[in-house]
Ligand binder design. Structure first.
Ligand code: HAM
Length: 437
């Protein structure tokens, strides 16, 4: 019979890799805590129209990548549901539904969880992937529109990446203006594309008609000189959007966060207004640039009209989502994940020693040590071999040790074997000392 495997584009995460995932998540939670963000957990599926109206009907995400289904015989009766392809729309829906605007305060919310997109799987691109994201949103007058918010979010990201030990990132920054400025730019772009579209790749020829902004994302090398010559969105921005962007830049410069103004960064979701950004890793030196084509570690921007687009009150906001799978790839490339050894392996040398061994393990674990308990072979040589693979030290518990209350401890790092009294304080001191060597 054939075996059942995980479906294409989704993955199991196993130890020791999950150690890295947990470390990343706890570092992110710590950083968010320092910036006074609180956690929000929204459902993994939502009504399809949330994404159609929020992210945009014409985007790649909504038009081709969503997992949409209609449960039969459900109370909703034929309601179309979708596994969330991103979480900003869901967070803003929750903000509206729970009337978070009523407090008049800025809401600072973060989330960690899986998202689903039916993209062509490749390194760094999966169909179930994890995002660590945050949104800052609030009613007019709460400060949610201020460029300082944008700079604070970007500065927080720079701190988080450095705390995680991510090297070689570049912050790409742009402004896409407001929804009233964009149509004029799209019209100019369309016009400029008409005479040159025939020389571009097949994808761009299609985009030139359906969604000209997406042409700016093209990575095909031959297209680049033509695309670089297209009109820039900056020249279509009104003075208030330009002033907003300049204020973001000034605040970043004041706190020493480096960035590049990337005129082509328009991003693939329709809700963006004004500031858009990505942190990419593109330096191929020293294990950086490990992400290949999928080099965007995270992306985000402002979405001042999203709440209204999904039926809520005016609530400007800014946020980001980090691709956690990509962070893991980048970090694992920097420091190949090492097997995490236990602090001690307790080897009982007979059936009767099982219970006292378990009692000893319980005490050592309670004092914070990572402890493996013997495999039940009860043979000294076999126990030593197993312990050597799993732990830094072995604690032998045989009849003699039990009778004398003196345990045999061997450190694999130094090869040294000592007798230690069965006393929690002495034992932990020896085992913890061994960790240093
Ligand atoms: P996004 O650019 O679509 O933005 O996704 C953010 C990040 O998620 C990407 O930079 C990438 O690291 C990761 N990502 C996206 N798709 C995949 C995939 N198939 N496999 C692995 N990683 C992936 C958003 O989702 C917006 N909601 C971000 C945002 C929040 N904007 C404002 N607030």
């Amino acid at each position: 019979m054939s075996i059942v495997k995980a479906v294409r584009g989704v993955r199991d995460l196993l130890p020791p890799e999950t150690d890295l995932w947990n470390r990343i998540e706890s570092t992110a939670r710590n950083v968010f805590e320092r910036y006074c963000f609180g956690e929000i957990r929204t459902p993994i599926f939502e009504e399809t129209q949330l994404f159609a109206r929020g992210v945009g009907e014409e985007t790649d995400i909504v038009s081709k990548e969503m997992y949409t289904f209609t449960p039969a015989g459900d109370e909703g009766g034929g309601q179309s549901l979708t596994l969330r392809p991103e979480n900003t729309a869901g967070v803003v829906r929750a903000y509206i539904e729970h009337r978070l605007a009523n407090s008049g305060q800025l809401q600072k919310l973060y989330y960690i969880g899986p998202q689903f997109r039916r993209e062509r799987p490749q390194r760094g691109r999966y169909r179930q992937f994890f995002q660590i994201g945050a949104e800052v949103i609030g009613p007019p007058g709460s400060g949610s529109e201020s460029p300082v918010r944008d700079a604070e979010v970007l500065e927080m990201l720079a701190s988080l990446l450095s705390e995680l030990g991510i090297r070689g990132w570049t912050l790409l920054l742009n402004s896409v203006g407001s929804s009233s400025e964009r149509p004029a730019y799209v019209a100019r772009l369309r016009e400029a594309l008409t005479p040159v579209a025939g020389q571009l790749c097949a994808n761009c020829q299609r985009r030139a008609v359906t969604n000209p902004l997406r042409v700016l994302d093209c990575k095909t090398p031959q297209d680049q000189p033509i695309i670089d010559g297209l009109p820039r969105i900056w020249d279509s921005l009104d003075p208030s959007s330009k002033a907003h962007f300049n204020a973001v830049r000034a605040a970043l410069e004041a706190c020493g966060v480096p960035y590049e103004h990337d005129h082509r960064l328009v991003r693939g979701l329709d809700y963006y207004t004004r500031t858009t950004f990505e942190f990419v890793q593109r330096n191929a030196a020293a294990g950086e640039g490990e992400l290949g084509a999928q080099n965007a570690l995270l992306g985000g921007g402002r979405y001042d009209g999203l709440s209204e687009a999904i039926g809520g009150p005016r609530a400007p906001g800014i946020g980001f989502a980090i691709g956690e799978d990509r962070l893991v790839l980048a970090l694992a490339a920097q420091s190949r994940a090492e097997v995490r050894l236990a602090d001690a392996y307790i080897a009982p040398l007979g059936e009767a020693l099982n219970a006292p061994s378990l009692a000893l393990a319980r005490e050592l674990r309670a004092s914070g040590l990572r402890v493996e308990l013997g495999d039940g072979s009860f043979r000294l040589k076999k126990s030593m071999e197993t312990a050597n693979k799993l732990a830094r030290a072995v604690v032998i518990l045989g009849e003699d040790e039990l009778a004398s209350a003196m345990l045999t401890v061997k450190s694999f790092a130094t090869g040294e074997q000592t007798k230690v009294s069965r006393n929690l304080r002495e034992l932990t001191a020896v085992l913890a000392g061994n960790l240093q060597s």
